[in-house]
Structures are given as C-alpha cells and as structure tokens.
Design a protein around this ligand. Structure first.
Ligand code: GLU
Length: 351
C-alpha cells in the first residue's frame, strides 16, 4: 500500500513537471518606443515618426512569436530614444527586476529606439541582478516602410530570449540577425540596417532560421557580478561629456564646473588626449573633486593610463575601451556608491 502511495506521488510530480516543461516560456515585452514602433505615410519614404505604435500592435504584427513564447506586453514609455532619460532607465530597470524577483517571467525583451539603445543596454547590464535573458531590440526602418526590419528583429529577439543558452550572458542586443553583448554594442551607421557592431570584438553570436548560435562569452563582469543593484539605486549623479577637437576651448568645462557636475567624460582625440586649454581646466576640475575620465572619440581601442597623458599629474582616470557614452554610465554608477578614485579606476578595468 505504502509503495502504491509513493509510486502515485512520484507519478503526480512527474506529470506536473511534464506540464511545466510542456508550457512555453513566459516572455515579457517592455516597450519604450523608437523606430520599431514608428509609422510613416509612404512605404517608399524614410520619413516617419518614431514611437507611434502601442505594444499590442507590435506583438500582433509578428504572429510567429506566439508559437514560441507566452507573451505579455507592457508600455514603459513611448519615446524616440534620443529622449531616453535616467528616469525611464530607473523605471525600466526596477520593473525588470520586479518581474524576475516575483518570478512573473522567464525572460524580458525590450523594444527600444536605436539611437541610445547601447546606453540603455549597458545600464541594465550593470544594475540588474539576474541570470535570466534580457534582450534589447529595435529597428532601423519604420513599421510602414518596405522591408521593415522590426518584425524579423522582434522574432529573433524572442527566439534568443527563450533559448536557455542565453542565460547568464548579461544583457544582449539582437539586431539584423546578430547577438551583441551590451558591453560592446555600438551604433555605427546613421541609417543602414547593418548598423550595430560589437566594438573591437564583434558579436557574441547570431540567429538563423529560428536557431540561436553563440560563439563567444563575455568576460567583463555584468548583472549579478557587479557592485550595483537597481533595487538600491534611486538617482544618479550628474556626469556630462566634453568632446575633443583641434583648438577646443575651455568654455564647455568651465560651464560644467559652474553647474556643479560630479563627473566629466572627455571624448578625447586619439588615445584620450586633450589640448593645453582643456588640460588646464581638467586639472582645476579634478583638484575641485570632480571625477574626470578620459575616453576617446575614435570609436575603438583602449585609452592607456599614464602613457601619453600623465594621469597622476592631471588627476584623471581612463575609460579602458568603453566609448564616452558608456563610460558616462559607469562613472555615474560608481559615483552613486561614493567610490574612491582607485576604486573608480578599477571599475573601468573590470566592467
Ligand atoms: N531616433 C529614433 C530613436 O532612436 C529613431 C531611430 C531608431 O529607432 O532607429 O528612437
């Protein structure tokens, strides 16, 4: 008799497990706006307005995604991503964390404009505490254009989201059949569909015919392995970017100092260099306690500590190979934790 009850119990557990495994993965699609939700009046024209279509229209436009996932949509914002803001980042990241903490979803896909997609991706990569897949996706052509790329990109994004191989890889961007780490991804062309590249290191994988292929792993720390937890972050200090060029004047840095920024990223020339006029202002800024990080306007390669520029003399830090807009995010997060100069520099070598 005992054996019978035991056997039945095992059977019940096995059946319910089968039931669980038979279910499609739950994917929450968080919409923020952008071209993927854009619409125009002429299919042959590239004139359109970003951030028009609500999330349900996006989900219904690609029936195939309903075959591979149980989808839920939520509208977080409806902006062209040139208007992406820290407030929206905080709202988005907190919502994702809540969805995972309460086990309301197995993966998250975020639809996003492409202009600042890399910044949102890197922010989430640093503050989310999860191993579950978080995928950003967008489109270069609006929903009404000939050969709109949004539907395929969305299908690919959901395909990557439901693949268990995507677990623990940090936040990923899926665009034009490529899978690129949030750490490396950057927009490189103003209008082409093949615009997102993985910095100096390329994509980590690709999606082909509904199949996911990962070739590389990201070694930089992300998500659960970082010092930043979105559950404890409610604001970020002010950090601005100053661009370097021939005969740059000190006006921009002077204005930033007057406006009491906590940090400045210098998008320097070459190996993060600046001219004498900027150098003088930078010394004044670091002496006044403002954190100044040297990055480069070049687009690839590392900025070297104490090589061409004496960072000890200027009080500056280097961004490693983070581009200026991503260096800004890491500096804001580091400053939000009141880190020392040494610890801030370590962040740039680690994340
Ligand atoms: N500028 C808009 C944005 O970033 C449209 C560009 C796009 O999504 O590709 O949202």
């Amino acid at each position: 008799m005992k054996t019978n009850i035991f056997t039945s119990a095992i059977l019940v557990v096995a059946i319910s497990f089968q039931g669980v495994f038979a279910q499609k993965p739950r994917v929450t699609v968080l919409a923020t706006g952008g071209t993927i939700a854009g619409a125009g009046t002429q299919s042959t024209s590239s004139a359109y307005q970003a951030a028009q279509l609500p999330i349900d229209n996006l989900l219904n436009a690609v029936p195939e995604i309903h075959n591979i996932a149980t989808l839920k949509g939520e509208q977080i914002s409806q902006v062209g991503s040139q208007d992406m803001s820290i407030d929206i980042w905080l709202k988005l990241a907190k919502r994702i964390q809540e969805l995972f903490d309460q086990n309301l979803t197995d993966a998250v896909v975020i639809t996003h404009g492409t202009d600042t997609q890399e910044e949102t991706a890197y922010f989430l990569n640093l503050v989310l505490k999860t191993a579950k897949p978080v995928i950003l996706v967008g489109a270069m052509r609006s929903s009404t254009a000939i050969s709109a790329d949004g539907p395929r990109n969305l299908f690919n994004a959901v395909t990557v989201a439901v693949d268990t191989a995507s677990m623990g890889k940090g936040v990923l961007v899926v665009m034009n059949d490529k899978i690129i780490s949030a750490r490396d991804v950057t927009k490189t062309h103003t209008t082409a569909v093949e615009t997102f590249k993985g910095g100096g290191f390329g994509p980590v994988g690709c999606v082909e015919d509904g199949q996911v292929f990962f070739n590389y792993d990201i070694t930089k720390k992300h998500t659960s392995a970082t010092a930043f937890d979105i559950r404890k972050i409610n604001a970020l200090p002010k950090v601005e970017i100053v661009y370097g060029y021939a005969d740059a004047s000190p006006i921009a840095i002077q204005a930033l100092m007057k406006n009491k920024v906590a940090g400045i990223i210098v998008a320097g020339v070459g190996n993060g260099n600046f001219n004498k006029a900027l150098g003088e202002q930078i010394k004044l800024a670091t002496k006044a306690g403002v954190s100044v990080v040297r990055a480069s306007r070049v687009g690839s390669g590392r900025v070297s500590l104490n090589v061409e520029v004496n960072d000890t003399e200027f009080g500056t830090l280097v961004s490693e190979d983070l581009n200026p807009q991503k260096a800004r995010i890491l500096l804001m997060l580091g400053l939000s934790q009141n880190m020392s100069r040494e610890d801030l520099q370590k962040l740039f070598f680690t994340y």
